[in-house]
Design a protein around this ligand. Structure first.
Ligand code: ZN
Length: 253
């Protein structure tokens, strides 16, 4: 009996590790949305991000597709993908927004960059304000590098990053309310106090300004980086982008 029990335990263990190994290597499908008719600095980032993620897809064995047709944000298309990226824009029609909401409410993954989190006011799209956990409040100008501190070094999303690093030139946003105080939001990176004041024409003078977070009610990551052609020049930051995508694709627990 004991021997049988042992065999059963061993087989269960092997079955479970098999499943884990499968999840670690299973191909997932990523669809990146971008626009070419938005602010040039945002287009610059998107057009660099596409080959960056294509190379990552090859290295990490997932499928990556980019589209500038935001009407691909529809149920039939979205169901073919496990992760959606917004590189430099956001959906603008009620149908696109409804498709995205439904996708996220049924386990879809999302990585949003910079302008993806921008809204003039909560009224623009109240569901998205709750999803993001906050609304855009202000910005710094011109784009400048900034020191970011890692809030939770144990998170698989920031694994392998130094406790703080210099993020390349970016336009930084502030938020209202502070997403750190929103129920369900877990902040991953924050502008270090040493940066303040940051900006000349537009200045962020201080306070708590998170730059990367996840809403734990969804499979999502928002990051404020994504303005201009310097974003992908930091190995530490690039590691974060890779961690983030692999985590959303189910490869990091
Ligand atoms: Zn910008």
């Amino acid at each position: 009996m004991i021997r049988r029990l042992f065999t059963f335990c061993l087989l269960s263990f092997l079955a479970c590790s098999g499943i884990t190994a499968f999840a670690q290597t299973q191909r997932f499908h990523v669809l990146a949305f971008y626009s070419t008719k938005v602010e040039q600095d945002h287009v610059d980032f998107a057009l660099q991000a596409i080959p960056f993620f294509q190379a990552m897809a090859k290295r990490d064995h997932f499928d990556f597709t980019a589209t500038s047709n935001w009407n691909d944000m529809n149920p039939d298309t979205l169901k073919q993908y496990q992760v959606v990226l917004w590189l430099d824009d956001a959906p603008s029609t009620p149908a696109q927004r409804a498709a995205f909401q439904n996708y996220m409410e049924h386990g879809g993954g999302w990585l949003g960059f910079h302008i993806a989190g921008w809204m003039d006011s909560r009224e623009m799209w109240p569901w998205f304000a709750d999803f993001l956990g906050t609304v855009f409040s202000g910005n710094s100008w011109p784009p400048l590098p900034a020191t970011l501190t890692i809030d939770d070094p144990a998170s698989p999303i920031v694994k392998g990053l130094p406790r703080s690093y210099l993020s390349p030139a970016n336009e930084w946003y502030s938020w209202k309310p502070d997403p750190r105080n929103t129920l369900g939001i877990k902040v991953l990176m924050t502008l270090a106090p040493s940066n303040y004041p940051i900006g000349f024409k537009d200045t962020l003078i201080g306070g708590d300004i998170p730059v990367t977070w996840t809403n734990t009610k969804y499979k999502m990551i928002y990051t404020n980086m994504g303005h201009g052609n310097k974003i992908l020049t930091s190995p530490a930051q690039n590691r974060f982008f890779e961690n983030a995508l692999l985590w959303l694709g189910g490869r990091r627990q």
